[in-house]
Design a protein around this ligand. Structure first.
Ligand code: IPD
Ligand code: CA
Ligand code: CA
Length: 272
């Protein structure tokens, strides 16, 4: 497909993100309808649903041949990455949205034949739009982000949730405990999209987590790859855009060192 007008898709997606972001901010004045999904910590609000439906309608109307994979299920039943596929998380960080009214994002990755073409992460309350068109650099609002450069483990700040250094169902925590003790610092923002965008912006040097869905990481990996960063699962394998997996993104150099010195020899204990 050579005829796809990515600049126009990008322009419209940004226009829709800006409109949806305003609606999300306006919703702070209203009472949210909150429902439990799989467990009491897995929540969805009327605004998650509204936002996804809004993008779904706009995309269907404007690009009827594009397909959509959305967290709240408004999209298609996607079993492959043929053609143009939009992967959408309408609110990433729903718990932050409900509890803090900040630190949540709209995350959209647009792929053609499985190749990331456009990545958009909008941190709504900070009004920070991270955006990239493949081959044209990554921007935070109007500012172009610098390519990611190697850093040592000792000088790095990594984003990691405390769950993964406590007993958990997915991996033996001791390897990540030794990593956490070795790095300069750790951070946890409660929104995978913001954590990925923070790697792109150089605010953190890596992000490690055990179980994300494609809508959590689709946009973020486009930004990071465009800047020369590494995006894999915790085994160092390519991420699967159609299934859940662990996610390990990082500056180049640091990725290899963390994998070799802290993770790979504990793979037998990882259960994603
Ligand atoms: C969640 C956030 C969170 C991550 C969870 C995700 P949601 O997404 O990204 O940071 O740890 O695994 O499910 O449910 O708020 O869209
Ligand atoms: Ca999410
Ligand atoms: Ca979500």
């Amino acid at each position: 497909m050579t005829g796809t007008n990515w600049a126009e898709i990008d322009r419209l997606a940004k226009e829709w993100i800006s409109f949806a972001g305003k609606k999300l901010k306006d919703s702070f004045e209203e009472k949210l309808k909150i429902e439990i999904k799989t467990n009491p910590n897995d929540l969805v609000t009327n605004m998650d649903k509204w936002t996804e439906q809004f993008f779904y309608s706009k995309i269907r109307e404007t690009f009827p041949d594009h397909r959509i994979l959305g967290e709240e299920g408004s999209g298609h039943d996607i079993a492959d990455m043929k053609g143009v596929v939009w992967i959408i998380d309408p609110i990433d960080g729903t718990l932050n949205f409900i509890h803090q009214q900040r630190n949540f994002a709209i995350s959209i990755g647009i792929f053609e034949e499985g190749i990331g073409k456009i990545g958009l992460i909008y941190d709504v309350v900070h009004d920070e739009l991270y955006h990239a068109i493949k081959g044209k650099g990554v921007y935070l609002n109007e500012i172009e982000l610098a390519p990611l450069e190697p850093v040592t483990i000792e000088e790095s700040i990594i984003a990691i949730n405390a769950s993964w250094v406590a007993s958990n169902r997915h991996l033996e925590p001791h390897k990540l405990q030794s990593l956490v003790k070795r790095v300069r610092g750790t951070r946890s923002y409660g929104s995978a999209a913001i954590e990925l965008a923070s790697v792109a912006a150089g605010r953190v040097d890596a992000y490690i987590t055990m179980r994300l869905a494609p809508w959590d990481f689709a946009a973020g990996i486009i930004l990071i790859e465009e800047l020369g960063g590494k995006t894999t699962d915790l085994f160092g394998n390519k991420l699967d855009l159609l299934g859940k997996s662990s996610v390990f993104v990082s500056k180049p150099g640091l990725h290899e060192k963390i994998l070799q010195e802290h993770i790979l020899d504990s793979n037998q204990n990882i259960n994603t």
